[in-house]
Design a protein around this ligand. Structure first.
Ligand code: MN
Length: 143
């Protein structure tokens, strides 16, 4: 990250000097239509703040890990799976994902879901569900 103190909001949920990245850069974890922007990269604080945007119909990887996510929705609406619960999400909602808890964020069909996500700068790699777990968790999302 540059030394700049201020990076101006520029466009719609974009910031000057902040790259829009693919959500995952490695592996084969399933996800659909998600971008990632690193707003604060943990250089001088042991956490990172990222902005994720899930396009309509898209979803993040269903995963779990030891590190916690602290999330604030700032655009659109959608749903999240946290453990064995599904929650509707709207702007300004806060979500804490506890350690080793399955989680996934999904946009609805009409608008994107954009959220800030704070994580520790040093964190463990996500685990993916096996087939049985995936089926059980998938049932939660059926209408
Ligand atoms: Mn995660």
């Amino acid at each position: 990250m540059s030394a700049s103190t201020i990076r101006k909001h520029h466009g719609v949920f974009h910031w000057k000097g902040v790259d829009v990245l693919v959500y995952k850069q490695e592996g084969t974890a399933p996800f659909k239509d998600v971008t990632r922007q690193v707003l604060f990269d943990g250089t001088d604080m042991p956490c990172e703040l990222r902005y994720f945007e899930v396009a309509p119909g898209g979803f993040t990887t269903l995963e779990r890990h030891e590190h916690v996510h602290n999330v604030m929705v700032i655009r659109g609406s959608g749903r999240c799976v946290i453990g064995d619960e599904v929650h509707a999400l709207a702007v300004n909602d806060l979500v804490r994902v506890p350690p080793m808890t399955w989680h996934q964020f999904r946009a609805g069909d009409a608008e994107p879901l954009g959220f800030l996500c704070m994580v520790p700068a040093h964190r463990d790699r996500p685990q993916l569900p096996d087939v049985q777990e995936h089926v059980a968790l998938g049932k939660l999302l059926e209408p």
